[in-house]
Ligand binder design. Structure first.
Ligand code: HEM
Length: 187
C-alpha cells in the first residue's frame, strides 16, 4: 500500500489560503482554498475536488533517507500527530532541489543535510508545537521533489517563521532551486 497524498489548490477544501509566496523560482497559480486527500493506495487515482481545481500536487509518504536511529527515536518521542483540533494553521511548502544535489552521493547529501545544516536538530527544537509530514514527489515526475506539510496552533506561528528562516539560511538551501510557501488556516 502506497500512501499517495494529493494537495489540490482551487476554490474548495477545508483550508483557506492566507498567504502564498514563491521565495525561489516559478510561482504556482493562485488558489483560495486547499484540500488534502486522505492516503489512498491506488497510484493515479484522483481524489481532490473535481471542479474548481487550479493545480494538483501529489506525493508519497516514503521511507527515511537521512535519519539515524537515534534521531528517529528522538523524533518519535516528541512529534505530535496531524489533525490536532488546536492546529488551525498550516503550511504547504513544495520544494525542488537542483541537479547538483541529486548528483551527490547519499553520504554527501546526509553530511550537508545534518552535519553541516543541522536540519533535524534545528527542527527538533520546534516539536511538539509543529506537526509535519514529508511527501516525496520526484519519482512521480512531479514539478517538485518534496511536498512538505506542517500544522500548528496559531500561537506557534511566530516560531514557525523562525524555523523556516533558520532552514533557509543553511547550506542545504543552496541546493533548493524552487520553493513555494503557502500558508493556510481552518476554522
Ligand atoms: C526532511 C525533520 C521542518 C523541509 C526532513 C527529515 C527530517 C526532518 C528528520 C529527513 C527525513 C529523511 O530521513 O529522509 C524536520 C523537523 C522539522 C522540519 C523535525 C520541524 C518542524 C522543515 C521545514 C521545511 C522542511 C519547515 C521547509 C521549509 C524538508 C525537506 C526535506 C526534509 C525538503 C527533504 C530533504 C531531502 O530529502 O533532501 N526533515 N523538518 N523541514 N525537510 Fe524537514
Amino acid at each position: 500500500m502506497i500512501d499517495l497524498i494529493e494537495f489540490a489548490g482551487g476554490d474548495a477544501g477545508p483550508w483557506r489560503v492566507t498567504r502564498a509566496e514563491s521565495p525561489l523560482g516559478e510561482r504556482l497559480p493562485s488558489a483560495t482554498r486547499l484540500s488534502v486527500s486522505l492516503p489512498i493506495g491506488n497510484m493515479g487515482q484522483r481524489t481532490g475536488p473535481s471542479t474548481g481545481t487550479i493545480w494538483r500536487l501529489r506525493g508519497v509518504v516514503s521511507n527515511l533517507r537521512y535519519t539515524t536511529s537515534n534521531e528517529a527515536q528522538r523524533l518519535r518521542a516528541v512529534q505530535p500527530p496531524l489533525d490536532r483540533p488546536s492546529a488551525t494553521r498550516a503550511a504547504l511548502i513544495p520544494i525542488r532541489k537542483s541537479a547538483r544535489w541529486w548528483e551527490l552521493a547519499q553520504d554527501e547529501r546526509r553530511a550537508i543535510f545534518e552535519e553541516t545544516s543541522h536540519h533535524t536538530s534545528i527542527g527538533l527544537g520546534y516539536l511538539p508545537a509543529i506537526a509535519r509530514r514529508l511527501h516525496h514527489s520526484r519519482d512521480l515526475g512531479e514539478p517538485f521533489d518534496f511536498l512538505t506539510w506542517f500544522e500548528f496552533p496559531p500561537e506557534h506561528e511566530v516560531a514557525f517563521e523562525a524555523l523556516v528562516a533558520a532552514l533557509r539560511a543553511t547550506r542545504e538551501w543552496t541546493f533548493v532551486e524552487r520553493e513555494v510557501d503557502i500558508r493556510l488556516t481552518r476554522d
